[in-house]
Write a protein that binds this ligand. Structure first.
Ligand code: CA
Length: 231
């Protein structure tokens, strides 16, 4: 398997150097850009497996850049981790709603950074298994990494795909936010429970375009359930 490629977008050279050094040592192939313009030029040439984007950049905020990445058909499947010095919860939610797959607050250790990257890559459509699951007219085509309703494709980000994959493999059961975090994000990564709600909202919105959002059900005081029953 060839090395996974990560594009680091950060204008502060010492931080960019530290990140690049840690990633290379961990076996990743690293590309670097100091602003969004440079990053866009690199993205035009090839698609990385993951983007690390600083929030404070000279030409455009990392948040706005993330929005652009997620709006673009060519790049929207690339997972994005936002780096920021802003620890406020509202910024975190804004980052996730802007399309980021995760969020790391500076200062962070190389170890934390690598753990986050591994977790995001793990849940981005990667491991292929021969399986096709159909529930209520919604089809998860695992080998093709697609979700279909009839012939129409449901467009999902990597985290929402992973979430739906989990739900469709475990239908008709209620999972608490804590259980979902554990099963979808993995145990050793710190993600707040509110994050689940953000991704549930995005998943529903994608399903809504195909009138399938009722499959993701809120169970008050308990959590979420994926079910075609009682619809
Ligand atoms: Ca910066």
């Amino acid at each position: 398997m060839s090395a996974r490629q990560i594009l680091v977008v950060e204008d502060e050279k010492p931080i960019r150097d530290m990140i690049a050094f840690s990633l290379k040592r961990a076996g990743y192939l690293v590309h670097e850009a100091e602003d969004c313009r440079g990053a866009r030029e690199m993205l035009a040439d090839h698609r990385p497996d993951l983007l690390l984007v600083d929030w404070m950049l000279p030409d455009l905020s990392g948040l706005e850049f993330t929005r652009q990445i997620k709006r673009d058909r060519e790049t929207r499947d690339v997972p994005v981790i936002l780096l920021t010095a802003r620890a406020a919860e509202s910024d975190k939610v804004a980052g996730l709603e802007g399309g980021a797959d995760d969020y790391i607050t500076k200062p962070f250790s190389p170890r934390e950074l690598l753990a986050r990257i591994q977790a995001v890559l793990r849940r981005s459509p990667g491991a292929v298994t021969e399986e096709r699951i159909e529930i209520g007219g919604l089809v998860l085509d695992k080998p093709g990494h697609r979700v279909l309703v009839g012939d129409a494709q449901v467009v999902l980000g990597p985290t929402e795909y992973r979430m739906l994959e989990f739900f469709m493999a475990h239908p008709d059961r209620v999972y608490s936010r804590e259980q979902l975090l554990d099963r979808i994000w993995g145990g050793n990564v710190y993600v707040e429970e509110r994050t689940i709600d953000v991704h549930i909202r995005r998943l529903r919105k994608a399903l809504e375009d195909h009138s399938m959002d009722q499959l993701v059900q809120t169970v008050r005081g308990a959590g979420y359930r994926f079910s075609a029953r009682g619809v």
